[in-house]
Design a protein around this ligand. Structure first.
Ligand SMILES: Nc1nc2c(ncn2[C@@H]2O[C@H](COP(=O)(O)OP(=O)(O)O)[C@@H](O)[C@H]2O)c(=O)[nH]1
Ligand SMILES: [Mg+2]
Ligand SMILES: [Zn+2]
Length: 293
């Protein structure tokens, strides 16, 4: 049989929705795929065999460029961290962990400071903290301000929105995305499962963007454990290499006397908030390493 190539745009209640030639196919996965370590996920490029009535079977998953696990999404270019100056109070420690994680995966980042309509000075303050860490866009999904800038920054990429619950991820994605392809439904299967509501909160969908890319709104990321070598953490702080080089090598930038990074923090060249969170994250990682043995 002839296989077609498509991309999984949504996973709902055990069905894989595969986009192919501007149409969505509601697919089951071949049994052997469900036994793999990693079942198919949104963003996967797949080979599938189309069946009757827009159904189909996912036959195989093509090699992944990268993937995230919680939420499960593959082949992404960038993660957009959404923060708000208030409602909720920004959790910068979590944002900094996310930034490190994203960098360690080799993905690019963008900070999206939403809800600027509530507190423009607060929004600018956040942008200031991150000015040497990643580029940022100040916007409001409520008024629509900055949405064009956000789309420009995304370009044609496939991006994931991450951040605390309530910062506006869902509102942003519905502002910038085009309508999702119509997903076929089979009475008695999908709709019945959805009405039980168990699967909807963990679903990931990739929505098309006007620039040709895709955006995934995610419910997740609010709690996650950063796993990396404590000595590796500093590699993901571009401001550390931008401003100064330590004469200590290697230097943790924590307890060494006359550390150039610590001096830069004191002189206001490196954000104090970023540095203090670096120290916290570093100690958390060291503690985990100690507990491992
Ligand atoms: N004032 C203001 N409220 C917003 C903005 N964006 C979203 N909200 C509100 O914030 C709440 C959470 O938004 P939501 O998109 O569900 O956040 P999510 O949990 O990150 O997906 C909702 O009540 C939205 O109406 C914004 O730019 N300004
Ligand atoms: Mg949401
Ligand atoms: Zn140092």
């Amino acid at each position: 049989m002839e296989f077609a190539q498509g991309i999984i745009i949504s996973v709902i209640a055990g069905f894989y929705y595969v986009e192919h030639a501007d149409k969505a196919y509601m697919c089951r996965a071949r049994g052997k795929l469900r036994l793999d370590d990693l079942p198919p996920m949104a963003g996967d490029k797949v080979l599938f065999s189309p069946g009757p009535d827009d159904t189909g079977t996912v036959e195989s998953v093509l090699p992944r460029r990268n993937f995230l696990l919680r939420p499960a999404v593959a082949n992404i270019d960038a993660v957009i961290i959404v923060l708000a100056p208030e409602k909720p109070t920004p959790n910068l420690l979590m944002a900094d962990k996310l930034l490190a994680l994203i960098r360690s995966l080799g993905l690019s980042t963008l900070l999206c400071i939403n809800k600027a309509d509530l507190d423009i000075q607060g929004a600018q303050g956040l942008a200031e903290i991150y000015k040497d860490s990643t580029s940022s866009i100040i916007c409001s999904a409520l008024t629509g301000n900055g949405m064009e800038d956000l789309l420009d920054a995304i370009g044609g990429q496939t991006v994931v929105l991450a951040g605390q619950s309530g910062v506006g991820k869902s509102h942003i994605s519905s502002q910038i995305a085009l309508e999702q392809l119509e997903l076929p439904v089979q009475v008695g299967t999908l709709s019945a499962k959805l009405s039980r509501g168990k699967h909807t909160t963990r679903q990931v969908s990739l929505l098309p963007l006007p620039g040709g890319g895709k955006v995934a709104d995610t419910p997740g990321f609010s709690v996650f454990e950063l796993e990396m070598d404590s000595r590796e953490l500093q590699l993901y702080y571009p401001e550390f290499t931008k401003s100064a080089f330590c004469k200590f090598s290697p230097c943790t930038h924590i307890h060494e006397p006359e550390c150039a990074i610590k001096i830069s923090v004191e002189q206001g060249e490196i954000s104090k908030t970023r540095y203090e969170n670096y120290v916290k994250i570093y100690h958390e990682l060291v503690e985990k390493e100690a507990n491992r043995y």
